[in-house]
Structures are given as structure tokens and as C-alpha cells.
Design a protein around this ligand. Structure first.
Ligand SMILES: Cc1ncc(COP(=O)(O)O)c(C=O)c1O
Length: 356
């Protein structure tokens, strides 16, 4: 009844969205502030008759606004239904096992291995450095691979890679292999590689409106890269679903990009709260990996990540725990509103349990 390829799937497990009680949700890296107030105004006055018609399949106005913001051409932008979809199309267009495995960091966004199963691509996990940063040198030691993907900053560690390092890395990568840099969290303090796309035609940068522009519910992501790569993504899209970005979301994206004041205000508030919370945790004896994202990855000597996650959940705070060897002692905590983070800090300073 079911195909072999279907029975082989091992799908991604999204962060919990529980309905049993009201939690303070610090588990899925959503933005604690709403989207731009201009979006609220637009939605209040939207003419529902627009929904009679199919949306622009190429999202041209949206792509033009994004391209102006990043100083590139509209031909350098591809938009999709969340960056997850954009990443999936990248796998389809650029990676295949006959060329070798896809390389990504050992601890990273857990969707990467899921797509490899979906598309039947081999992969190799490149170990992190001892300090949990991405080891770009180790990527360069591999000479047989179909492509490379990593987030900057990495998830779930939050650690960023500086632009100079990325530039030097890209200069050494084989020119006929695509490097996808997933910049889902870049606006919270990491270096974007967008300025390098003119220099490296095999570089594709993928970003999202879900985090820094608080539009996770609208599903909007995009890629920036050389025209030939963008054309390839369009071919995949038009072989699958010509209208992945609906008419409302195209408008929301345009409004969100244009409201630079609100964007800067909310992003800098999240960064400020992140740094305050990190310092408070350090003084409570927690180890906090240096974060350039809207979350922190923390652990404490003699504390089990799973137990502290369960304890916080019972107390009404949801964080994320990854049951993976090497990072099982950590919990990942999304930076929420200041008041929620105060509650989190008050609670965690009470965690006196010695787990091991
Ligand atoms: C590293 C990374 N990339 C991509 C995504 C996907 O974001 P979206 O599909 O909402 O654009 C996420 C979401 O959490 C992420 O953590």
C-alpha cells in the first residue's frame, strides 16, 4: 500500500506546541514581540476579494523589496513557504549522492538529515570544535562531497562565524559544489554572507521572516544567490507548487521589510535581554555558549539537561532539550520578553537538584 521511499522516511520533530496548560514558551525560537504594527493595520483593512485570485507565482514585488534591502537584483532572490521549503528545494536542485555525501556540522539544525532521507542523499556529519563552534577546517579536509550546508549562527549552539572566516573558507571550497549558509538567526548578531554572493557563484544564503521579523505563522523564507542558482530553485518550485507564497504573505513580507525602525527596535531589545540573561546565568554558575542568535545554549556541572528541562516544564516553562550524545547536558532557551526571562531566571536559580 505504501511506497518503499515513504516507509523509509524519518520526519523532523518540531518543538512542542502543547495545549494542556499555558506555558511560557521558550522552546521554538519564536519572537516574543508581534510583527510590525503596520502589518496589524494592513490585516484589519485587507479586502478579502483579493483571495479570489491566485497570487503572483514569482512574488515579484516582494522579491524587489527584499533585493533593494540587500542591495542585489530581484533575479538574485527566491521566495518560498518558510525557509524549510527553500532548504528542501536546495537539496533537490544541488545535492546528489553520486558526487559524494552532503556535509553538515555534527550538531546542527535537525531538519538537515531529514531532507537527506527524503531525497536519498548520503551525508557526513563534521564534528564541532571542542568549544562547540563549527570547524570549517574539518570541512575543507574532505575532498569528496556533493555540497555543504550549515547555519550561521549555528543552531542549537547559537555560535556565529565571522565574515572573514567565511570568505576564506569559501575561497577554498570546490567551485562546482554549492555551499548553503542558513542565516535563520543572523539578524541577532552574526555576520551575513550576503555581501559575498557576487564573489562566490556557488554560495547561496537562505533567510527567514520567522524569527527577526516575527512572521513564523505566515511561513515566508527566501534565498539570495547567483541568478543561475535562483533559476534552478524556480524550476524545482514550478515542478512542485507554483504558488508557495500566498497573496497575504507576499504583502506581509513587503511591509515587514519596509518597517526598518520596528525591526531594529525589537531585534536590539532581544539582543539586550539575551546578554543580560546570559550574564545572570554565568553568575549563577551556568555555562553559556556565546550566542549570536535569539536563544542561548546552556548547561551546568552536575545538572542533567533532560531533568532540568522536565523540571522547568512542570513549573510552566518550556525550553528545548536534545537527547543527542555530546549535547545532552544542554538546554536551549529562547529569549522571550524581559518579564518572562525574569521568571525563568528566578526559577532556575532555585534549581538546587544535583542530578549526577
Ligand atoms: C537553523 C534553522 N533554519 C531554518 C529554520 C526554518 O525556519 P522557517 O521554515 O520558519 O523559515 C529554522 C527554524 O527553527 C532553523 O532553526
Amino acid at each position: 500500500m505504501f511506497t518503499k521511499r515513504f516507509t523509509n522516511l524519518s520526519p523532523y520533530t518540531p518543538g512542542e506546541q502543547p495545549r494542556d496548560m499555558k506555558y511560557i514558551k521558550l522552546n521554538t525560537n519564536e519572537n516574543p514581540y508581534g510583527p510590525s504594527p503596520d502589518i496589524t493595520e494592513f490585516l484589519k483593512s485587507m479586502d478579502a476579494d483579493r483571495l479570489r485570485l491566485y497570487p503572483d507565482p514569482s512574488s515579484l514585488r516582494l522579491r524587489t523589496v527584499i533585493s533593494e534591502y540587500y542591495g542585489v537584483n530581484a533575479e538574485n532572490i527566491f521566495t518560498g513557504n518558510g525557509s524549510d521549503e527553500v532548504l528542501s528545494f536546495c537539496y533537490y536542485a544541488f545535492f546528489e549522492s553520486s558526487q559524494g555525501p552532503l556535509l553538515f556540522p555534527e550538531h546542527t539544525y535537525s531538519f538537515y538529515p531529514v531532507y537527506t532521507t527524503f531525497y536519498g542523499i548520503d551525508y557526513f556529519k563534521v564534528p564541532l570544535n571542542r568549544d562547540y563552534s563549527i570547524n570549517l577546517e574539518a570541512f575543507l579536509k574532505k575532498d569528496h562531497y556533493t555540497g555543504i550546508i550549515f547555519p550561521n549562527p549555528n543552531a542549537p549552539t547559537g555560535m556565529g562565524i565571522a565574515l572573514g572566516e567565511l570568505d576564506s573558507f569559501l575561497s577554498k571550497v570546490q567551485k562546482n559544489r554549492i555551499v548553503v549558509i542558513d542565516e535563520a538567526y543572523v539578524d541577532f548578531g552574526a555576520d551575513s554572507a550576503v555581501s559575498l554572493i557576487g564573489k562566490y557563484r556557488n554560495l547561496l544564503v537562505v533567510q527567514t521572516f520567522s524569527k527577526s521579523r516575527s512572521l513564523a505563522g505566515a511561513r515566508l523564507g527566501f534565498a539570495i544567490g547567483d541568478g543561475a542558482l535562483i533559476k534552478a530553485l524556480n524550476t524545482v518550485k514550478d515542478s512542485f507548487n507554483s504558488y508557495p507564497v500566498d497573496a497575504i504573505t507576499q504583502e506581509l513580507g513587503i511591509i515587514a521589510i519596509k518597517d526598518t525602525d520596528y525591526f531594529q527596535k525589537t531585534v536590539s531589545e532581544i539582543i539586550k535581554v539575551r546578554d543580560e540573561v546570559s550574564n545572570a546565568l554565568l553568575s549563577l554558575g551556568w555555562e553559556v555558549l556565546p550566542s549570536a542568535a535569539n536563544f542561548i545554549f546552556i548547561r551546568k556541572d552536575k545538572v542533567s539537561g533532560r531533568r532540568v528541562y522536565e523540571w522547568l516544564k512542570k513549573k510552566g516553562i518550556l525550553v528545548r532539550h536534545f537527547n543527542q550524545p555530546g549535547i545532552e547536558d544542554f538546554i536551549r532557551v529562547t529569549i522571550g520578553e524581559k518579564s518572562d526571562m525574569k521568571l525563568f531566571l528566578d526559577l532556575i536559580s532555585d534549581y538546587k537538584q544535583v542530578d549526577k
